[in-house]
Design a binder for this molecule. Structure first.
Ligand SMILES: C[S@@+](CC[C@H](N)C(=O)[O-])C[C@H]1O[C@@H](n2cnc3c(N)ncnc32)[C@H](O)[C@@H]1O
Length: 229
């Protein structure tokens, strides 16, 4: 196993993952913690704008869209975005965005907009004022040295009423280097704590046989609610 200190992901890594369909992170059902705590994200609001960074082809987006909300996703691998619209039977149009070297896939009702580009090229001029964020497999999927930049970008996109659900994984990082990368509670506070209030909502055991090759003996999914101070 490689040294935990030196594990890095790249755009080529993600392109290969999707090409070879090694998408163990993808679920064909709505995330259990999202479903359990959806009221904390929505907070009684209707037709809100929900940001899903590093969205893949998450079925969570369809579930939230079906509830009348607008979904803004960002995903760098084009085939993932195409698979999402095809599998969910949503008709779409594609527009090129040469300024950011990407494109945007928009549903007919314009409530599902998935930007196909590098997250770090995305900015509030394209889409801002997010009323909610669903962050699963996102901050934990980027390199550790990009976390500060990630936190700065994400916080620049939020509306004052934003409710941000951050989903992370807890395991012994000396045994498995990631991805997904371990993110401690202290680091969440260091990254977001000056702009956002942070509450831990849940922690569940998600260990199963399939994780044994990682060399770990326990795995927990943790959920945090962050709101703008
Ligand atoms: C671990 S997957 C999680 C996908 C989704 N959030 C889910 O829960 O199924 C991370 C996704 O982020 C995409 N990705 C990685 N780095 C990216 C970047 N810098 N900009 C945009 N997308 C990126 C990958 O292609 C991959 O689909």
């Amino acid at each position: 196993m490689s040294n935990p200190q030196f594990t890095e992901v790249s755009q080529n890594f993600w392109e290969d993952i999707w090409k070879e369909q090694q998408i163990g992170f993808h679920r064909d059902h709505v995330d259990l913690l999202l479903e359990k705590h959806i009221d904390k994200l929505i907070n009684g609001r209707q037709r809100i704008k929900i940001f899903v960074p590093l969205c893949g082809k998450s079925v969570d987006m369809k579930w939230l869209w079906d509830q009348g909300h607008t979904i803004i996703g960002v995903e760098s691998v084009r085939s993932a975005v195409e698979e999402f619209f095809k599998e969910q039977s949503i008709k779409y149009t594609v527009s090129d965005l040469p300024d950011i070297g990407g494109s945007v896939f928009t549903s007919e009702d314009e409530r599902m907009k998935l930007y196909c580009c590098d997250l770090f090229k995305f900015n509030s001029k394209l889409e801002g004022g997010m009323n909610a964020v669903w962050d699963r497999g996102s901050i934990v999927a980027i390199n550790r040295d990009e976390r500060q930049r990630y936190a700065e970008l994400l916080t620049s996109l939020l509306s004052p009423d934003c409710r941000y659900l951050l989903d992370t994984l807890e395991y012994d990082e000396t045994k498995y280097p990631g991805p997904p990368f371990y993110l401690s509670e202290q680091e969440i506070h260091n990254l977001f704590g000056d702009k956002l209030s942070i509450t831990r909502l849940d922690r569940i055991d998600i260990f199963e046989e399939a994780f044994k090759p990682w060399g770990i003996e326990s795995l927990h999914e943790k959920l945090f609610l962050m709101t703008v101070k």
